[in-house]
Design a protein around this ligand. Sequence first.
Ligand SMILES: *[C@@H]1O[C@H](CO)[C@@H](O)[C@H](O)[C@H]1NC(C)=O
Ligand SMILES: *[C@@H]1O[C@H](CO)[C@@H](O)[C@H](O)[C@H]1NC(C)=O
Ligand SMILES: *[C@@H]1O[C@H](CO)[C@@H](O)[C@H](O)[C@H]1NC(C)=O
Ligand SMILES: *[C@@H]1O[C@H](CO)[C@@H](O)[C@H](O)[C@H]1NC(C)=O
Ligand SMILES: *[C@@H]1O[C@H](CO)[C@@H](O)[C@H](O)[C@H]1NC(C)=O
Length: 325
Amino acid sequence: MLNRLSQLAALALATSAAALNIILTNDDSWASANIRATYEALKADGHNVLLIGPAVQQSGKGGTFVLPTTNITAPGGEFGTIPVGAPYYGQDLNDSSIRYLNGTPAACAIYGLDIIAPTFFKNQSVDLLVSGPNEGQNNGPFLYALSGTIGAAYTAVGRGIPSIAFSAQNGTHRSYTTNTGLPSDPANLAGRLAANLVAALANGIDTSKERLLPLGVGLSVNLPLFGPTSNCTEPPFTLTRMTGGAVTNKVVIDPSTGFPIYQNVIPKALNTAYNGVPILPGESIVSATCRTAVSVFSIDYDAPSKVAEPVQLQLLPVVGTSKLA
Ligand SMILES: *[C@@H]1O[C@H](CO)[C@@H](O)[C@H](O)[C@H]1NC(C)=O
Ligand SMILES: *[C@@H]1O[C@H](CO)[C@@H](O)[C@H](O)[C@H]1NC(C)=O
Ligand SMILES: *[C@@H]1O[C@H](CO)[C@@H](O)[C@H](O)[C@H]1NC(C)=O
Ligand SMILES: *[C@@H]1O[C@H](CO)[C@@H](O)[C@H](O)[C@H]1NC(C)=O
Ligand SMILES: *[C@@H]1O[C@H](CO)[C@@H](O)[C@H](O)[C@H]1NC(C)=O
């Protein structure tokens, strides 16, 4: 285990990789500063990148799969990037590799895979889907289910595409036109780290022979805070698990308005670790410091047999003995 961990640590330092065919999407829209900075960073590393992002902000959609049924409606594309009445699918006037779809993140990922990728990548296979970096972290199982950024990634994993979801703590919703161009811009820091992790994952791997990740497996990566209130610019990659210090919601009634509001809680149930490597720290705890949390997720949501068996045995009278091996 330790040997493998130090191997991974060495790989994380790699800064270049063979050219990959990458679909890049997100949930904060095709015009967000983070996705455009990541596009630039991946291109700078020599990858073939198809950016296909939602026309408008699609935060919190999880894996919801909504394809467009109308052209662009009022008030138009995010940050004024697409006029009302424009087609449901289109491209940046200056760069045909940058495209939008008027759909949810999961729909963008799969539209990109099935409709655009065959011509875009000239029938070569898609090596990787990158989603994000989200404007805001997505730590723990509750946010995993809720996040459109992770939703695009786990939907693509289900189609056999190795996928990485990136989520950055700086939650400012910004257009790419606000990027300062400085390496220290929070969007550029996030984009560079995303490209570095892609390089580490692809290091030494010939994708014509080998997958970047096993079938049914993806990565969820949470970046710490970047910006004027943080001195963090080079957070080391740290292996984590999704459980451990993770939050979910509880609802209380706001005494001043009488309306229900949510508050964070850290329940034992949400942080029960059935899977994963138990010695690893929780991603919520790690990404709260100047470290980048790297969790390996699987889309096999069945409970492990040891946990499921007592429940299944209890149900034997109704399911019949022949159903259990
Ligand atoms: C959507 O846009 C396309 C391309 O401009 C146009 O041909 C089509 O008529 C539009 N559809 C609707 C329902 O407005
Ligand atoms: C395209 O490039 C021109 C010239 O650099 C610029 O003025 C314009 O805003 C760009 N359009 C988009 C959609 O980025
Ligand atoms: C991709 O493959 C299809 C089916 O084999 C073929 O018709 C098409 O011309 C190919 N496209 C490119 C860009 O190679
Ligand atoms: C997030 O980034 C934006 C853009 O650089 C910056 O204005 C903002 O202060 C940052 N947020 C924090 C909490 O540092
Ligand atoms: C950043 O570092 C400088 C110099 O070490 C220090 O003065 C400042 O308080 C730090 N800011 C934060 C937000 O940690």
